[in-house]
Design a protein around this ligand. Sequence first.
Ligand code: AMP
Length: 285
Amino acid sequence: MLLHTIKEVRDQVKEWKKQGLTVGLVPTMGALHNGHLSLIKKAVEKCDKVVVSVFVNPIQFCPGEDLDKYPRTLEADEKLCNDTGVSIVFAPTPNEMYGNTPQRSNDFLTYVVPPFFYVNKLCGKSRVGHFDGVCTVVNKLFNIVQPDYAFFGQKDAQQLVIIKKMVKDLNIPVEIVPCPIVREASGLALSSRNKYLSEDDKIQALALNKILNNIKDCYKQGITDVKALKETAYNFLNEHHELEYLEFCDADNLEDVTTANDNTRVFIACRVGGVRLIDNILLGE
Ligand code: AMP
């Protein structure tokens, strides 16, 4: 069932709750691929009813980012959801979510602002205000759907840590279910933004996964010095890559790490053919 208004979703969820059914939420920006599908399947397995939100959230895009050209494929998304056993596809308009509020305006909108320590690194450094937009929309979705479980991908590992922190700090009654990264056979992590990549770019994009796997191999061989591990990345980079960051952080609290351990997550962001790609790996996995 495709619903566009908050009221329709609320009314339907109320009915389910009356019947004692468990509700799962999978928040997405649409252009669904097998990465999203893995979250959706897990939700369908675990919950009686599943809501997938499809909303390209304007307030999490920074000026100059790809808000206008972000792929929108609602018809195909709805079909995929229906075929997978999803009960509601919630696809609100920006106006339904934010009224006439000007985009990213702290003057007119109440924001949920995650702690500076968690956002002043990795993606948050270049995408200023991005995680305010994410936490605000996810918090709104939690209030609208009131899910028992919400499913998020490790692909966006910083986002996942920040969402868990928000849920804990604000006592939101939802269980966050992390889901592993889904990759193409080549190793490239699936992303809606891969649609922007040419065939050549796709080959160059494999460097991200190669760098992470190589670092993990070196770690398994006993190298724990982060400086030494970082240096191994340069073997995989060429003029097609614009490295934004390669960082080693504690997987749970994002603290910087100088000596790697099993709970260290390695995060990479790199532009390939002008497309910003991210990936990560947990060294202990
Ligand atoms: P997005 O539509 O990009 O906002 O992503 C919606 C959800 O799908 C987020 O929780 C992402 O982390 C998750 N996701 C996106 N790509 C992947 C992937 N390749 N593997 C696992 N989860 C993913």
